[in-house]
Design a protein around this ligand. Structure first.
Ligand code: NAD
Ligand code: MG
Length: 401
């Protein structure tokens, strides 16, 4: 039977890669709903090609524009907007699979709704799991949802774990590889001056701007350690980060007998997406076969926590538990946004996250409301820190003049 998809965040990098794989297998997959935030034109083009039943956008104005364009083109796709519409298409009885590819906390509500509706969830939106780990995993278990990781490292680990994963048969640790991003070898004293475009120029992957900045600070790897903790049920001490600049080994699982299993492939998200879409079968993803002779050599290094303080902050938040990960994620989202709009410098991202984690009290969340409250408090604290930081920087400017 064909799988019927809701694709949350279809106009993004993961969304487009997903549609590329879907288009190769019209006999296996059809699209029920596509969603975007503001990029109405791209969404219209996707609707004309994939003819979903519903398209969702962020606001009424974009919805009216998209609806008019679709009507003029004779397309019958119904257009909705706003957070509730995202939840509705995620839990609809008309879809069985939800691809969670919205960036950031905005993806939490619809992804959680998919879990509560017992869907098969292909998870790219790591921030949702970082925020609400225990609550989300409980919902998956209680409602018999299926969770398949799309993040390349987690998909690799999923492929290398024993098939009876719950038993953790003989696993000693999991090893997440990281490219080290564009600043792995850059002189640390010059990092204060990097521009958003430099931070977004990843050496191996083409991705959305927020995750690209997270890769440059290595917060992305920190979020992925937390993601791995929840997905695979291992404590932080058994999750290791290994720098591997070529991004050919996507992650590894180490066993007690000394065996280490790895998953390799070209750095192209269509491989983990195709794996999760078709699981447990395998389908063509459009990605070229790996040529190891061409790759020639693979290298490895220890992560440098002094150069990448965000990685250490994420590990600390995981160790602290409670709502610390939600606060870390929220502060990071605010700081990355401020960096991308050139309000703060690159190094101020880690400073903001650190200040917020130090300022806010931690506690064990008793439900989603506590998580959302911690998220909101961290966003407020990050904004205040950035404003005072900026005011401080302006005072310094005046002193210098
Ligand atoms: P992107 O910025 O390219 O796309 C984000 C998508 O989310 C877009 O469709 C956008 O319209 C939508 N969106 C943004 N804000 C929204 C909001 N407030 N409400 C509703 N929709 C909104 O991002 P991406 O690179 O595709 O990443 C998406 C997610 O997948 C992120 O969580 C990222 O960490 C994860 N991920 C991405 C990659 C990658 O290679 N790009 C790899 C692994 C994991
Ligand atoms: Mg990843």
């Amino acid at each position: 039977m064909k799988k019927r998809l809701t694709l949350l965040g279809s106009t993004g990098s993961i969304g487009e890669s997903t549609l590329d794989v879907v288009a190769r297998h019209p006999d296996r997959f059809s699209v029920y709903a596509l969603t975007a935030h503001r990029n109405g034109d791209k969404l219209v083009a996707q609707c004309l090609r994939f003819q979903p039943e519903v398209a969702v956008v962020g606001d009424a104005e974009t919805a009216a524009r998209v609806a008019a364009q679709l009507r003029d083109a004779g397309c019958k796709t119904e257009v909705a907007y706003g957070p509730q519409a995202l939840v509705d298409v995620s839990k609809s009885a008309q879809c069985d699979t939800v691809v969670a590819a919205i960036v950031g906390a905005a993806g939490l509500a619809p992804t959680l709704a998919a879990a509560r509706a017992g869907k098969r969830i292909l998870l790219a939106n790591k921030e949702a799991l970082v925020m609400s780990g225990a609550i989300f995993m409980d919902a998956v278990r209680d409602h018999h949802a299926t969770l398949l990781p799309v993040d390349s490292e987690h998909n690799a680990i999923f492929q290398c774990l024993p098939s009876e994963a719950s038993a953790h048969g003989g696993v000693s640790k999991i090893i997440l590889t990281a490219s080290g991003g564009p600043f792995r070898t850059r002189e640390p004293s010059t990092l204060v001056d990097v521009t958003p475009d430099e931070a977004c120029k990843h050496p191996n992957w083409v991705m959305g701007r927020k995750i690209s900045v997270d890769s440059a600070t290595m917060m992305n790897k920190g979020l992925e350690v937390i993601e791995a903790h929840w997905l695979f049920g291992l404590p932080g001490e058994r999750i290791e980060v290994l720098i591997h600049p070529q991004s050919v080994i996507h992650s590894l699982v180490s066993y007690v007998d000394g065996s280490v299993l790895a998953q390799l492939g070209n750095p192209d998200m269509r491989t983990p997406i195709a794996h999760a879409l078709a699981f447990p079968e395998r389908v063509d993803s459009g990605v070229a076969q790996l040529d190891l002779v061409q790759v020639a050599s693979l290298s490895f290094e220890k992560p440098d926590y002094a150069r990448f303080p965000c990685l250490a902050l994420a590990m600390k938040a995981l160790a602290e538990g409670g709502v610390a990960s939600a606060a870390l994620n929220a502060a990071n989202e605010v700081a990355v946004d401020a960096f991308l709009s050139r309000k703060i410098g690159f190094m101020a991202i880690a400073q903001t996250v650190d200040a917020v984690l130090n300022a806010l009290p931690n506690r064990t969340p008793s439900g989603l409301d506590d998580v959302l409250e911690a998220d909101a408090a961290a966003r407020r604290a990050a904004t205040v820190f950035i404003e005072s930081h900026l005011a401080g920087a302006r005072r310094m400017d005046r002193t210098v003049q």
